[in-house]
Write a protein that binds this ligand. Structure first.
Ligand code: DQQ
Length: 461
C-alpha cells in the first residue's frame, strides 16, 4: 500500500488511538531500552501488511513518555541469513559505547527453526549482524519447541541470558545461559519452570529484574505473568505470581530509567477479525508506559506514568454522586479520548463501576467492574477489579483510573490493570456511565480530562 494512502486511512479511522503509539501496518512485542534520557522502544513490525508476518524490529523513541518519534527499522530479515524468515523478539543491552541486540532469528518457518543471533550498533539506529551468528543454534535436549526471545543482563563480570522455552506436555521453562563476550554462550540449564496450569504451556518473552530488592520474572502465555522469587547461583525459585493485566496486554517487557523507575510496556492486542485489520491498515498498539511497584500484600502493582498528565486538556469534576441500582448515563460529559479518575467510597452495592464508549441508549458500552467479596465491599474479603483481587488496605476507598483512547481502554484499580479493546459501531458511542448492582454505590469524586492527540507522523510504515 502506498504510504500516503495509509496515512489518510489511519487519519480517518475512528478506532485508531489518538494518544497511544502505533506503527501502521502491524506491530507486536515491545522491547524497551533506556539510554541518555531517551526511552527507546523496539517492536515486532510488519511494514507490508496489517497482520503478523515478515517480522522486523521497528523502532520508536520518546523523551517524555507521552510523545513518540518513529525511527528507521533496526533489523530486517536477510535473505539466505540465519534470520531469513524473521527477526523475532529479544532484548537490548549496552556495553561501554556499543549497543547489542540479542534476538531470535528464524532461518525457516516449516518446520519452525529458532536460533539466537547478535547484532551491534554504535548509535542504536544502524545495526550490524555479528559474523558469529547464530550464537546459539539448538535448544538443549528436552526443551522446546518454543526456544526464543532472549533477555540479557549484566551479571557480575559477565552476561546472563534467559531464553523462553517449554517442556512439552508439562509447562513453561526459562533457560539460562552465561557469556563473557555476548558471542560464546554456555548453557546453565533451566533457570525456572512451572506447570502449565500456572502460567501456560510455554514462556515467551521472559524479562528478569530486581524490584525493591526482590527478583521478579515476567513471562508471557495468554497473558503476561509476573512472579516474585529468589535468585541464587543459576536458579530462580518462584513464589507468588499473578497477571500483569487481565485483558488484551501481552508480551510486556520493562526498562529501568535514570530515576530508577521500572517501566513496563506491553503489546495491546487486537480483537477484531483479520479482514477488518487489513481494511483498517493497522493492527497492534503500544500500551501506555506503566511504573511497577510491589504492593503491601506482596503482589505486583502497576500505574501509568505521571508524565501522561502532560496530555490532559479540559477537566470536569463532580463530587458525592450516589449511584442507585442500575446503569446511569452521565450528562455533560462524553468523548472517545479521555482520562477518568473515579473514587468509590462506602456503599452497599455488590458490584459497581464505570462504562465508557456508551451509545445514548446504553446498548453499546464497555464496563469496568469492581466487585465486593463476602458481605462488605471495603471491610472483609478481597474485592476484585475485573475479576482480579485488588491490593487494598482495609477501609480504603477504591480509585478506578481509565484511559479511554478510541478502541483502546486501559483500566487500573487497587494495583490491578485491565486493558480492553472496543470497536463501537455507532459514532455517538462516546458516553460515560456509572452503574451499581445489588445496592447503592457512592462516588466521592469523579474527574474527567479530555486527552490531547500525540499526532500522526508523516510516514507511518
Ligand atoms: N512474538 C514473537 C516471538 C514471541 C511472540 C514473534 C510473542 O518472538 O515469542 O513475533 O508475541
Amino acid at each position: 500500500m502506498p504510504i500516503p494512502d495509509l496515512r489518510d486511512r489511519l487519519a480517518a479511522d475512528p478506532h485508531r488511538p489518538a494518544y497511544h503509539f502505533l506503527s501502521g501496518h502491524w506491530m507486536n512485542d515491545p522491547k524497551p531500552f533506556f539510554h541518555n534520557g531517551e526511552y527507546h522502544v523496539f517492536f515486532q513490525h510488519n511494514p507490508e501488511a496489517a497482520g503478523w508476518g515478515n517480522m522486523r524490529w521497528g523502532h520508536t523513541v520518546s523523551r517524555d513518555l507521552a510523545h513518540w518519534t518513529p525511527l528507521p527499522i533496526a533489523l530486517e530479515p536477510q535473505p539466505g541469513g540465519p534470520d531469513a524468515e524473521g527477526c523475532w523478539t529479544g532484548s537490548v543491552v549496552r556495553d561501554g559505547d556499543r549497543f547489542h541486540i540479542l534476538y531470535t532469528g528464524i532461518p525457516r518457518r516449516e518446520p519452525l527453526k529458532q536460533i539466537q543471533c547478535l547484532a551491534s550498533s554504535a548509535d542504536l539506529i544502524t545495526w550490524e549482524r555479528d559474523p558469529a551468528n547464530p550464537v546459539i543454534s539448538e535448544a538443549p535436549d528436552g526443551y522446546g519447541p518454543c526456544f526464543r526471545d532472549p533477555c540479557v543482563w549484566r551479571d557480575g563480570d559477565g552476561w546472563a541470558m534467559l531464553i523462553g522455552s517449554e517442556v512439552q506436555g508439562q509447562g513453561g521453562a526459562v533457560l539460562l545461559y552465561r557469556s563473557t563476550d555476548l558471542r560464546r554462550w554456555e548453557s546453565r540449564g533451566p533457570f525456572f519452570s512451572a506447570p502449565a496450569h500456572e502460567t501456560g504451556f510455554d514462556m515467551e518473552c521472559p524479562d528478569f529484574f530486581t524490584l525493591d530488592g526482590h527478583p521478579v520474572l515476567l513471562t508471557s502465555r495468554n497473558q503476561t505473568w509476573w512472579r516474585r522469587g529468589e535468585f541464587s547461583g543459576d536458579r530462580f525459585t518462584g513464589g507468588a505470581y499473578g497477571m500483569m493485566d487481565g485483558g488484551c496486554l501481552y508480551a510486556a517487557k520493562t526498562l529501568v530509567d535514570d530515576r530508577g523507575r521500572r517501566i513496563l510496556f506491553g503489546w495491546v492486542r487486537e480483537t477484531r477479525p483479520d479482514d477488518a485489520l487489513r481494511e483498517a491498515g493497522w493492527g497492534g498498539v503500544l500500551s501506555l508506559p506503566r511504573t511497577l511497584a510491589l504492593m503491601p500484600d506482596g503482589t505486583m502493582g502497576s500505574q501509568p506514568v505521571k508524565e501522561l498528565e502532560a496530555l490532559r486538556g479540559k477537566r470536569s469534576r463532580w463530587e458525592n454522586l450516589t449511584v442507585t441500582d442500575g446503569f446511569h448515563l452521565l450528562e455533560d460529559v462524553q468523548g472517545d479520548s479521555l482520562e477518568l479518575s473515579v473514587t468509590f467510597g462506602p456503599g452497599d452495592a455488590e458490584t459497581m463501576g464505570v462504562s465508557v464508549r456508551c451509545s445514548p441508549d446504553g446498548v453499546e458500552r464497555s464496563d469496568f467492574t469492581l466487585q465486593r467479596r463476602d458481605d462488605d465491599f471495603r471491610m472483609n474479603g478481597t474485592p476484585t477489579f475485573m475479576g482480579q483481587p485488588m491490593s487494598l488496605s482495609p477501609n480504603a476507598d477504591v480509585t478506578l483510573r481509565l484511559f479511554v483512547d478510541r478502541s483502546v481502554v486501559e483500566g487500573f484499580a487497587g494495583g490491578r490493570a485491565h486493558t480492553l479493546r472496543t470497536y463501537p459501531t455507532r459514532a455517538d458511542a462516546t458516553g460515560i456511565g456509572l452503574f451499581a448492582t445489588g445496592g447503592r454505590a457512592c462516588v466521592k469524586c469523579l474527574e474527567v480530562w479530555e486527552m490531547n492527540s500525540i499526532g500522526l507522523w508523516d510516514n507511518p510504515s
